[in-house]
Design a protein around this ligand. Structure first.
Ligand code: DAK
Length: 243
């Protein structure tokens, strides 16, 4: 999915958010095994929520706008296939939050990340206050959000906000390399692993262990598990079918 709003460095307005939600609803997760989200152009992934649209909002309008974005980002987070953010350039505000809703983040060496919202009199409104601390830890998240400071790719890598930095030219190549690695594995198992990792974050240890145990057991109901293990024991390779 490529976000393309050339006049505003791919800022997210209501129409774009609606279109993103509709597009995600149509993704056939039985056919496709991974999704990559990127921004159009060299300069920006997403330069935030659309400031000109937000400038006219009242509290109820702000809540509705925030909810629209939060719902789309939650769809990404709970999509049955992994989602990779390929961040080329600015990932500010809602752009950083979009990357945070993805499972995996990689970026180009010209990428810049930040949550500039408090410098505009608002707070991160697409679940950034929730997801940023989960990814980089409470202390660093608080510093980034309170200071509205923008950080470069190498600092994003250092604090664990991204998994890798590559050149702008290699960005999609690297995203596709990771996607292809994922796509070669048993898709039902990958989806189960995603459900577990997401759910366990909110559960205590005993409930988390139970959740994983159930999902683990269910894997043994799949043909992919049987064929994959048989192929391993026979020193062969099985092409997973998602069944
Ligand atoms: N919104 C609207 N337009 C934007 C934009 C944005 N976020 N970012 C850039 N643009 C527009 C610029 O206005 C400019 O338009 P023209 O002047 O050409 O018409 C064009 O894109 C090119 O930008 P610049 O001329 O500024 O380009 P530069 O290279 O000089 O600077 C920049 C690039 C990314 C550093 C700069 O544009 C910038 O600082 N942009 C704003 C970044 C930002 O602050 N983003 C965070 C937005 S706040 C909530 C819901 C949602 C949110 C919060 C709360 N609730 C409901 C509670 C989310 C908030 C945000 O995301």
């Amino acid at each position: 999915m490529t976000i393309s709003v050339p006049k505003s460095l791919n800022a997210l307005n209501s129409a774009v958010l609606t279109e993103m939600g509709q597009f995600i609803d149509t993704v056939d997760c039985k056919r496709f095994r991974c999704m990559i989200i990127t921004g159009d152009g060299e300069k920006s992934f997403v330069a935030g929520a659309d400031i000109s649209e937000m400038s006219t909002l009242d509290p109820a309008g702000g809540m509705a706008f925030g909810r629209r974005g939060a719902d789309v980002f939650r769809k990404i987070e709970t999509l049955p296939i992994p989602v990779i953010a390929a961040v080329g350039g600015y990932a500010l505000g809602g752009g950083c939050e979009l990357a945070l809703a993805c499972d995996i983040r990689i970026c180009s060496d010209n990428a810049k990340f930040g949550q500039p919202e408090v410098g505009l009199g608002i707070i991160p409104g697409f679940s950034g206050t929730m997801r940023l601390p989960r990814v980089v830890g409470m202390g660093m998240a608080k510093q980034l959000i309170y200071s509205a400071e923008t950080i470069k790719a190498d600092e994003a890598l250092r604090i664990g906000l991204v998994n890798a930095i590559v050149s702008r030219e290699q960005l999609m190549e690297e995203a596709l390399r990771i996607a292809n690695r994922i796509a070669a594995n048993a898709p039902i198992a990958v989806a189960a692993a995603k459900r577990c990792i997401n759910a366990e974050f909110d559960l205590d240890a005993d409930k988390g262990i139970d959740f994983e145990n159930k999902e683990f057991g269910q894997c043994f109901a799949t043909n992919d598990q049987k064929e994959g293990m048989k192929a391993f024991l026979q020193k062969g390779k099985y092409e997973y079918r998602g069944e």
